[in-house]
Design a protein around this ligand. Sequence first.
Ligand code: SAM
Length: 189
Amino acid sequence: MNYLNELKEYAKEHYVPIARLDVVEYLDTLIKKNKYQTFLEIGTAIAYTSIYLALQNKISIVTVERDLQMFKTAKDFINKYQALNILQIYEAASYFYPENKYDLIFIDANKSHNLLYLQRYLKCLTSQGTIVIDNINLNDLLGDVPIKKKQKYEMINQTLIENIQKIPNIEYQIKREIGDGIAIIKQSF
Ligand SMILES: C[S@@+](CC[C@H](N)C(=O)[O-])C[C@H]1O[C@@H](n2cnc3c(N)ncnc32)[C@H](O)[C@@H]1O
């Protein structure tokens, strides 16, 4: 898969954070196992995850990005790899209220808003659908950040997990061993 190497190299060279490969593979497995047909991604970056899933599956993808430079770079890669089943939206997620429902929703944008996005996008989830939130461990984000910022991020994720537990009619799992840790949320009936 040459495209994966190129995208990974680009991300490394330009310091673009992308999901780890085992997270993308996990999303791919969910799509295949559940025969999912629609995927919404919050936070495109260079479309690493979206391009992988688009080329591996017959799936309709919508991906949202607020940074214009990222949006344009993602467009170039999407065109280059002919990932025609990807619809890009240039918008800040806080202003993005989808009209459609999605089978799989990947929340991977500004981590401080994860709870807000979870609450909002749960309403856009199909009955058998799954939401995945990335970076529950925060290892990929913290690096050498000052201690105060580190504590702030840790508090945000702690609050996220505490609040996930309080949301009615959902079931959730935290898988810390996948990528940088993911939360997996489904509706329960
Ligand atoms: C970790 S990267 C996404 C990686 C991508 N999901 C992947 O797997 O390759 C986070 C991206 O979210 C974008 N972002 C941050 N806040 C956002 C927001 N409020 N709305 C939309 N995109 C946002 C950033 O510009 C960045 O490109």
